[in-house]
Design a protein around this ligand. Structure first.
Ligand code: SAM
Length: 458
């Protein structure tokens, strides 16, 4: 198709206008205003909660997808391609700002902001360079340049706030992330080892070395990411990384786990094995609503210690009634629980190549009873084409809505996270985010059959 006609632009604009009408309608009915981009994010503001309203969520997704597609349609392709190739600058600048606690200093300064000379002083960094970093970010709606060289937080920059006085952060640099939601840690990990590993993508594709990932090329090591992370000199990085896993997991609603599987159908005393369960926060949420279930949380040694502490703090009654066990268990080795009713794998398998995933599945299959169910909780990747992968539509529950034309059917950048993580998984772990068809193929090789899919709402 060489030309699209002006109507495509109008249709994209109409999608945006209709979405704005919907958002305005929901906010007007609640007698509230949409949070401003200029002001810091306030999680306690009821107007924030309204953003989770399904109508507002759907409209927001359409705006994100349509605005990006509209801009990609009309902008010079040279400008679009150049900007896409420069996106690493945003990551690098965002990490630099986070590492020198700019967000917390700007929280303390308030809406009037702070001059770059004052922001740079506690970290003894170059104020001119800092100005250039913050200006690049402000140009992408992250921070606000109030007057030349004076910066303030805005809605986006403020989500990196670690919630501590900046003085405390500078005095205890190793503890900067301790006790935080893990979001600043996520940004710093993303623009640190993740970005460096992904930067080697083309090099490792074009000049492959046996067993070498982008991460290995970047750090000049043959170790796995996990072994490298556990090196004594990487203690800070390791704690930061686990904070990302636990912190972001805690932020995710546990609602979907209650809706996606009929836990109440399991008779009292049924056994749920949370394989690679981490802190076990999901099996804990299941146990809270289904106290008759016996839970086994399995993970590596260090993590099982965290898991025991997490349950002690959050559901001690289950420990006292001996309805939960904690097991150090490597899922690459034979599974010792032979009477499981459900094996649950949540956010595990995308870390692993098909070869490893099949081995994990085989160990579970060998330990399973004929009635044992396998519950895999992970993202399902869809293609960016409007045609479903053949075979997918036959699985109950697998159908998913597509974005209205002329939007990309997968909502394009509105739902880009899974595609970022897919490439990241390859470069750091040799893992992959799978399409449903890919899942079906690997399950079959591992001795399991996919019978039902559940997509969470939204
Ligand atoms: C992304 S986390 C997911 C944790 C948890 N399932 C959740 O949903 O929050 C991956 C987990 O796999 C664990 N893990 C990694 N390699 C493992 C292995 N070989 N055996 C058991 N657990 C492992 C990690 O320690 C971590 O807890």
């Amino acid at each position: 198709m060489r030309s699209i006609g002006i109507s495509t632009l109008r249709r994209l604009a109409n999608i945006i206008n209709e979405a704005i009408d919907e958002i305005e309608g929901v906010y007007a009915a609640a007698d509230m205003s949409l949070p401003s981009l200029e002001a810091p994010f306030d999680p306690a503001d009821p107007a924030e909660a309204l953003l989770q309203n399904p109508i507002v969520e759907g409209a927001t997704l359409n705006i994100m997808a349509a605005a990006a597609q509209l801009s990609a349609t009309v902008a010079s392709p040279v400008v679009s391609a150049f900007n896409a190739s420069q996106a690493f600058h945003i990551s690098a600048c965002f990490r630099a700002a986070s590492e020198i606690n700019v967000v917390e200093m700007l929280r303390e300064a308030g809406p009037a902001g702070l001059h770059a000379k004052k922001i740079a002083a506690p970290s003894k960094t170059d104020p001119l360079l800092l100005t250039r970093i913050l200006r690049l970010l402000a140009t992408h709606n992250i921070f606000r340049e109030v007057t030349p060289n004076v910066f303030a937080n805005n809605r986006i920059s403020s989500v990196l706030d670690k919630g501590k006085p900046s003085k405390v952060l500078f005095e205890n640099p190793d503890e900067r992330h301790t006790g935080t939601s893990g979001f600043a840690a996520l940004v710093e990990c993303s623009a640190d080892h993740n970005m460096k590993g992904v930067a080697m993508l083309a090099d490792t594709m074009l000049h492959p070395e046996e067993g070498e990932l982008g991460f290995n090329r970047a750090y000049g090591t043959t170790e796995s990411f996990w072994d490298w992370l556990h090196r004594p000199e990487n203690v800070y990085k390791m704690r930061r990384f686990y904070l990302v896993i636990w912190g972001t997991a805690a932020l995710e609603s546990t609602d979907a786990i209650h809706k996606g599987f009929n836990w109440s159908d399991l008779p009292a005393g049924s056994v749920l094995v949370d394989v690679g369960g981490g802190t076990g926060h999901i099996s804990l949420a299941i146990a809270q609503k289904n106290p008759g279930l016996r839970i086994v949380v399995q993970d590596l040694e260090d993590t099982i210690k965290d898991s025991k502490m997490y349950w002690k703090e959050n559901l001690p009654s289950h420990i006292e009634s001996q309805m939960v066990d904690f097991q150090v268990q490597d899922f690459h080795t034979p599974q010792p629980i032979l009477n499981a009713d459900v094996f649950m794998l949540r956010y595990i398998v995308h870390n692993w190549s098909d070869e490893h995933f099949v081995k994990i599945l085989r160990h579970l299959r060998d330990a399973a009873q004929p009635t044992t169910k396998l519950l895999v909780i992970d993202k399902i990747l869809v293609s960016a084409a409007r045609v479903p992968d053949s075979g997918e539509e036959a699985i109950p529950g697998s159908a998913r809505p597509s974005a209205p034309a002329p939007l990309l059917p997968n909502w394009g950048v509105g739902k880009a996270e899974v595609y970022y993580v897919d490439v990241l998984m390859h470069c750091i772990f040799g893992g992959v985010e799978r399409t449903l068809k890919h899942f079906m193929e690997v399950f079959a090789k591992g001795g399991w059959k996919l019978v039902q899919v559940h997509h969470p709402e939204g």
